[in-house]
Design a protein. Structure first.
Length: 507
């Protein structure tokens, strides 16, 4: 009788339609993590704000998504998997429209926050529903579809964002979500109705959720606004720092003592898991720094359009997609730590090579190291996740996977704030050092009776700025490279995995 209640897998055209729409749903949510990366300059110019303020578009989405991911399980149990998925999908489209029509930074950031909150549950729920609708013998195909959209979307994000900004305007990077969101939500609501999960009225840890929002928001605002308020020379920044410390401490105490915490921090008692998460934070943060810094440098000081900047940055993902099946296969055969060390170490070595750039580099010289660098991405992410999940008890895997997703997203958002601040500050410091080394005879020698007196000075100013930016970019790439290398070395602190985890669990 119980088996009769379990719906049969879909077949034929219905299976194809549902699989494609679920894949598209996951695709556009992941796409929106990177589609705005190369559009920051256009958005900042269109809204008359600074570049550093323009990065709020990236960080606000990432942090909001990180906060909503831990709620996915509770929402699905309380309201039903299909109902939550279709509502979040529809809301994602509505909030995308709000972002596209934004005429101020505050309106755009608000829209991105709401978009991130709606998008967070869509990634795990799309995977869950794909597994439910496919026959048992074809579940590997379901995982393949989901994994490919997860890998391809970040690769296409900069390309799509750059092309749209160059040809239609930055608002359309959000408008393209609207028709997909409407079609996905309405069609899937009908097709997937038999797959609605049983509803349980579990209580959510609202205090834990509130504390999570408080300390994450305080930390993010502090990092975003620090340079505008002279960091700890400002009472405002000190206030945010104190709120962050108190909120984080209270969050730790509450979550570690609550019977049903919203974030199960007890999984950190496993050394393998803790070291894996540490490596993930360092490596993903470093990776995020490189993919944020590159388009900013290319667009603002190398003369690239948003489109060409996107194509150049997207080179990172080409070999990543090709190497993903190889990494998944090797994960079942070799020590995870070896693969992680090689993958993260490779990312570090190629980033170190990139730290010797010059202002006369061709696009090929910029693209080639990024192309080969991408080959290390699957060898970092897939075996590292497998090692982390193999380090916890089977009943803790769901909580451990969700916490890793949260930490990964937060690390990327924080890295974005740090790298943009460091880039601007270091550029200014280097520029001042260059100016201090100039003397009056050197400047006088630039004067020409043929040219206006201001022209040589403008040329000198431009040259100094370009060199300061290039040197600052190189210095930061070197720090990112060292972070990669440290992360690769840290993985050896983890014990060898004693249990095997299905490669599909690592996606």
């Amino acid at each position: 009788m119980k088996d009769a209640l379990i719906p049969k897998p879909l077949e034929g055209p219905l299976l194809l339609i549902a699989a494609l729409l679920l894949a598209f749903a996951n695709f556009i949510v992941v796409l929106d993590m990177t589609v705005a990366n190369v559009s920051v300059s256009d958005i900042a110019g269109g809204l008359a704000v600074s570049l550093s303020e323009g990065t709020y578009v990236i960080t606000s989405y990432a942090v909001a998504e990180a906060v909503s991911v831990p709620l996915t399980g509770w929402l699905a149990m309380r309201f039903g998997t299909v109902r939550v998925f279709t509502l979040c999908m529809l809301l994602f489209g509505v909030f995308s429209a709000l972002c596209g029509f934004a005429d101020s930074l505050s309106m755009l950031v608000s829209g991105r926050v709401l978009q991130g909150l709606a998008g967070g549950p869509l990634m795990p729920l799309s995977q869950t529903l794909l597994m439910q609708i496919f026959p048992k013998e074809k579940k590997s195909a379901a995982l393949g579809i989901w994994a490919m959209t997860t890998l391809v979307a970040p690769v296409l994000g900069p390309v799509v964002g750059g092309y749209i900004c160059d040809n239609w305007g930055w608002g359309f990077i959000f408008f393209i979500n609207i028709p997909l969101a409407i079609v996905c939500s309405l069609v899937l609501m009908n097709i997937l109705k038999p797959y609605e999960s049983t509803i349980f009225k579990h209580k959510v840890d609202f205090i834990g959720l509130g504390l999570l929002i408080v300390w994450v928001a305080a930390l993010q605002i502090m990092l975003d606004e620090g340079k505008n308020y002279d960091w700890f020379g400002s009472h405002f920044i000190w206030g945010l720092f104190i709120v962050f410390l108190i909120g984080f401490a209270c969050f730790l105490i509450w979550e570690l003592t609550h019977s049903h915490p919203i974030v199960d921090l007890r999984v950190f008692r496993h050394r393998g898991y803790s070291i894996s998460v540490l490596t993930l934070c360092l490596a993903f943060g470093a990776f995020n720094c490189s993919i944020v810094l590159t388009p900013l440098w290319l667009q603002n000081f190398m003369g690239y359009t948003a489109g060409w900047s996107g194509f150049t940055t997207a080179a990172l993902g080409i070999f990543a997609v090709c190497a993903a099946p190889i990494a998944a296969n090797l994960t079942t055969k070799y020590d995870h730590r070896i693969l992680v060390f090689c993958g993260v170490g490779w990312l570090g070595l190629l980033t170190l090579y990139r730290s010797f750039g010059s202002t006369d580099m061709t696009q090929l010289q910029v693209t080639l190291p990024m192309l080969f660098q991408g080959a290390g991405m699957p060898f970092f992410f897939v075996p590292l996740t497998a090692l982390a999940l193999a380090s916890v008890k089977p009943e803790e895997m769901a909580s451990a996977a969700g916490l890793m997703s949260f930490v990964r997203t937060l690390a990327g958002a924080l890295a974005t704030s740090v790298i943009t601040t460091a880039w601007e500050d270091h550029t200014n410091v280097l520029r001042h050092d260059f100016v201090d080394k100039l003397n009056v005879p050197d400047i006088a020698a630039l004067q020409s009776p043929v040219l206006d007196a201001a022209v040589p000075l403008q040329m000198l100013d431009r040259a100094l700025q370009d060199q300061a930016v290039m040197l600052a970019t190189n210095h930061l790439f070197m720090i990112v490279a060292l972070t990669f290398i440290f992360a690769a070395s840290a993985i050896w602190l983890a014990p060898k995995a004693q249990q095997k985890v299905d490669a599909s669990a690592t996606h």
